[in-house]
Ligand binder design. Sequence first.
Ligand code: PEP
Ligand code: MN
Length: 337
Amino acid sequence: MRISMTPTATADDVEHLVRALQAAGCEPHVRHTAQRTVVAAIGGDIGDVSALAGVEQITPLTKPYKLASAELTSGEQTVLEIGDQRIGAGHFALIAGPCTVESREQLLVTADVVRDGGATMLRGGAYKPRTSPYSFQGLGLEGLALLAAAKARTGLPIVTELLDVRDIDAVMEVADVVQIGARNMQNYALLTEIGRTRTPVMIKRGLAATLEELLMASEYVLKGGNEAVILCERGIRTFETAYRFTLDLTAIPVLKSLTHLPVIVDPSHAAGRRDLVQPLSLAAAAAGADGIMVEVHPDPEHAVCDGPQALHTEEFSEFAALVERAAALAGKELVAA
Ligand code: PEP
Ligand code: MN
């Protein structure tokens, strides 16, 4: 159930309600929105709390993803603060960088170019989920140190992947946004552990995951008290073989109607081809995505991984300017870092 408090409800009123819900065997989650405080009561029978001080209205949360649901916030969208950047509602994020951190030079050159071109965050994997165990697996701690150097140099917040719960402390030290890759979307132990932190997390949709499964994955993080979740559409498996994955653009407006969480799109992994990245990015931004994440490399022909889908550093600023215009069509503003 969703219990909304009156605008004048005090912190004591909220605490009293929380204790009453706990006594009734419910799990209460308090959320402060711009307008008012809302308490989600999960499980159990909430008993008679309607007469408690400060309680305004009690409505059911009908979806299985209670905390991710748009019902919880009555349609108000979540805005996350990441460094001095924002994402959600009218704030658009442009996340760019290499697939994987390869060397100091490769990362710093790319970081400078994407910062100057208008990116709001820098991406780059130090731990890589690779289909083949014989492929490059990432530079690990060395990669994280290079990401820290790139952040110190450019001021860009860092988005980087956590593959294994054993690396959580090292990754959290550098990451402003922890990426959970498509292959780990249903790694519930990992999601639960991230729910215990307060570091923003981006969850990528699994290769064959439904939107409800993606939202349930986010619920694992939200349940732990970490409210800073971003969802990422990155293409799904279909019968089509002309490109790597099918970018599900319909997921953008549908997710926006189901959840208050920011929704971004990764056209690079969907396309698998550089020439498709720009049209897909523009379509996603115009369709109302809260951000785009793209791969960029100074020498894609010699990239260690995902070279064919990486934008050349030289083409990034023109690309960013077009994305900014497409985002504006959907009423979103890209404010460079
Ligand atoms: C990535 O973003 O580098 C990545 C591996 O993506 P995905 O998990 O979507 O395949
Ligand atoms: Mn990649």
